[in-house]
Ligand binder design. Sequence first.
Ligand code: ADP
Ligand code: XUL
Length: 516
Amino acid sequence: MALTLGIDASTQSVTALVFDCAEGKILQKSSVNFGADLPQYKAPQGFIPGGRYGKVHADPRMWLDGLELALGRLRETGAALDKITSICGAGQQHGTVYLNQKGLEQLASLDPGKSLHDQFTGCFSRSTSPIWMDTSTTEQCRAIEEQLGGAMEVCRRTGSIAIERFSGPQIKRFDGHQPLAYVQTARIHLVSSFMASVLSGTDAPIEYGDGAGMNLLNLSTLDWDPELLMATGPGLREKLPPVVPSQTEVGPVAAYFVKRYGISPQAKVVAFTGDNPSSLVGMGATQPGKVVISLGTSDTFFAAMPEPLTDPNGWGHVFGNPLGGFMTLQCFINGSLAREKVRDALGLDWAGFSEAIAGTPAGAEGRRMLPFFGPEISPRMNAEAPLTSGFASDWTGEKASARACVEGQFLNMRLCSEWMQLKPEVIYLTGGASQNDAIAQIVANVFQAGVKRLSVPDSVALGGALRAGLCSGDLDAKVMDAFFEEASSGAIVEPDRELAEVYAAAAREIRDLWPA
Ligand code: ADP
Ligand code: XUL
């Protein structure tokens, strides 16, 4: 029996899942929601609310507590953690963790008698971690681009122009604002490599998938780019772990997890990647030809690509595909949390929100909305309230706003992803909001493509478990293919072809709402 463990350390939750490689099926899973399960961190949606000037941070010890709680709950399900051969997973992308010398040493000396939280208190040179929602680094982005000779040069090297939430600009801001604390930083990890470090009790490397979200990795050499390192922070190469191919074994699981959770001491930890690259694996989409839309805290649109292709607008990104080659990705900050804001403004729950969509004709009778409640990256703009057109009165007073909100989000997604030149026949939908049928139907109609949802909703954690099995050799590619065939055998949400024109016209009106 060969079981693998997949872990998803995302914005709002940690999920852990056990996969049976011989049978090709998921056996158990557990989940921890930061807001509901760890209220002491006062981060109801996974980040500390109220940050000023675009600052969005989280306490890294919350992620450690989440990991421990998820493993404890997994064990309570009766999962045979003593049969785990390999562990892999993913973290929300771009977020950075700053360990001081004590923290770096702490990784190798975890005491099973104490919690991770207690052992890592005092181990961070930056007490809270900037996450992907942070937009505070515009000044640093411009400075990096200027030093490199322009935005498109940064994009040519790293697959993205300098982007506020990316790790490099965040590191530069830290050095600029807290130079002493920067000097006291022994290691800067991504959320993903930090999780792999803790699980293996070592200083884990960063792999190409998530490393490409830092504005530091040169996609031609697949190593840290010397000029970008210099433009970002003094002595930065020494503060970063090495960069490695995604399918790299980091080492055996730390004794801490053997003693506390009964994980097999034989289990190996494989390099963790970003949540989107992991989802590419967990949706069975690592070969070019499939398009995935993930509706988590952020909405993302992504696909595997054999060669890097960059967005002429500079809004999209190229990351490493964990199973080889590259992936393109478009990210929208105003995803699930924006839908929740519209839902709440209308005084509805999800069922009521879906009914309001069903009760409004396709095209929302000319109402257009970009539901941006804060800065957006696709397109790049600062917003404080939704941009609208065609409303007779304030959008908050109209039930039709539910449809206008969701249509606006996906019309905008269609426009922003045009540069990828994909004409998908089927779109694979995942993430928390993908279970909503009204939303799935709008995706199908706006993109004029069928929409499939896998029977397995946890594509990020699953991607980890599959990568673990492929790396250890316990998972045969044929077993994985059979798994996806079965998981995707459910009904396709078909597009209404008569709406093609309605949405082509609506897309033009959404583009008119973009800043000039
Ligand atoms: P993440 O992985 O980023 O932590 P998830 O993929 O777990 O996020 O998605 C969480 C989001 O899913 C919530 O913020 C919520 O808005 C959304 N969601 C959950 N159920 C529904 C539903 N029935 N309809 C629409 N959205 C939903
Ligand atoms: C991708 C991005 C988000 C985070 C959180 O570039 O910023 O999708 O990975 O999910």
